[in-house]
Every structure is written in structure tokens, then in C-alpha cells.
Design a binder for this molecule. Sequence first.
Ligand code: NDP
Length: 280
Amino acid sequence: MTNFAVIGPGAVGSVIALELLKAGLDVKLFGRQEQQVVVKQTKLNVTSLVVNQQKFDYIFIAIKVTKNHEITEALRKMTHHHTIIIVCQNGMGQLTDFNMAAAFQAAVYISGQKKGDVVTHFRDQTLILPDYPAMHDLKKHLSQSTIEIVISEGQRTILWYKMLVNLGINTVTALSKNTTAIMELENIQQLVRNLLHEGVQIANADGENFSEATIDEIMEIYKGYPADMGTSMYYDALNDRKLEYDFIQGQFHQIARENHIDTPVLDICCTLLTAYQYKK
Ligand code: NDP
């Protein structure tokens, strides 16, 4: 029987593991140590990654990008020649961390928060994957689960779009340590628009074709967020954890510099986010 591992018993990983389990699939959820997490009123057992001896056909990575280096050795032990790794993380460019197997980046639309051992799932359970035969196989395997697998030829554009969505809302919620309620403030809306404007120029320099309409669309998405919702970067800031800044805002910043794009708003946000990281 095809087996699945999910690494990272947090907001994203717990939802994936639970839904695969409910679909009758052979799945194990891995964390730093043996424990239990509660998600959607269900207790899930978490197995310690360190003691694992088993190999897996599919491995979902759902830890923060900042922790990828911590699981390299464990991953080498749990992969075989045909293992497929699905990177369920924000950001772009981290696939090189997973060269022990064939790795594919998902655009993750699962919104939740982990507090202590309890995961609250807010909305969505969709993974958007690139159009490769291996991803179609995975979709078939998950056909009985409520995790929606969308396969897209334009997945790179979808990843960039997700990066833009994160750029706006993650930046302002992390820096203000406040929920998406701040999008009600006109000056925050303007700041986010300006940031997205720069982000669109950067993505387009990397081959995308976004426009002002993209910005309007993303601003509409933000309007649909419940006021008490945070972002994963907001929760990290709130809990004094390392931010995934290098892989989102930092990625935009790097491409802007490579392409000589003037980004005054992004520069200030990156400076402040760097300052936040500096005290770590
Ligand atoms: P969480 O912080 O909720 O969960 C991460 C989990 O990984 C924690 O349980 C953590 O355990 C565990 N972990 C950390 N290091 C290790 C390790 N070395 N070995 C095993 N387990 C480890 O993160 P999220 O689920 O929120 O985020 C996962 C990814 O998904 C991120 O890239 C995020 O940006 C992205 N994402 C998150 C969304 C959300 O709404 N939360 C939405 C879309 C994308 P411990 O607590 O012990 O460190």
C-alpha cells in the first residue's frame, strides 16, 4: 500500500495528515517528538522524526522554511528511489533543500494556526501543484480525501501570485503584530497597494505578466479575510519565532536588486523585518 508521511504537526501539516487519515490512507505525522495534536476535535498521534526507520512513497513537508536544514538527515533516511516530496510551504526557491528525492513545490491554500497542541483550521484545504505525471498520480491517490489537489500548467504564476498575496498581508501583519483587521485602515491599504505595486514589477521582471488588476484582485482577497485572522508570519512575530522573511520579502528584494528595480516601500519593510530578525 502506498504510504504517506507528513512532517510538521502544525497548522498545515495536521490538516493534511488528518484528511489523509480520514480517507483511509496509510499516513504518519512526524514532529520533533512523540506527542499528540488536536485538529478539528480529533487527536492525532505525532511520531518522532528522529527515531523513524521507515521509508515513504510521498512526503509532505509542512515545517517552516527556516527549519528545513533541521530535517535533512531524517529525510535522507525516509526516502527511496521513487519517493515524491511535496513542499507545502510559503516562499519560492527552497526546492534545492530537498535534493534527496524528486521534490515539487505546492502553492498552499490551507489557513490555520497552531497554539500549544491545538490546531485551529480557519479555511481552505487546497494544494496547487505543477503539471507533472507524478502530481496526477498523487491526485488519484488523494481522490477520496477532502484535500483538494489542483494541477496547473501555470503553477509558477500561481506561486508568484501567492507570493504577492503573502508580500502584502504578511508584511503588515508581522510588522504591526496585528491581525488582518488592520486592512480596515486606509493608510495600511495604501501601504499594501504600494508594496504590491513594487511586487508586481519584480514578479514581471522574473517573467510574469501581472497588472494593476492583479493588485485590485488581491486587495479584494484581503477584504474577504475575517478581521481576527492572522497570517503565518504574524503568528511567528507574535510568538517571537524566526520569520520566513528571507523566502518571501527577501526573495522579492533580491530579484529587485538583480533587475535594478527601485523599491522604496519594500526596502523599508525589509529593513524593519531584518531589524526584527536581528534581535534573534
Ligand atoms: P506551524 O508553525 O504551525 O507548524 C510547523 C510545525 O513543524 C510545528 O509543529 C513544529 O514543531 C514542527 N517542526 C519544526 N521544526 C521541526 C523539525 N525539525 N522536525 C519536525 N517538526 C518540526 O507552521 P505552519 O503549518 O503554519 O506553516 C508550515 C508552512 O506552511 C510554512 O511555510 C507556512 O508559511 C506555510 N503556510 C502556512 C499557512 C497558515 O495558515 N498557517 C497558510 C499557507 C502556507 P515545534 O512547534 O515543536 O517547532
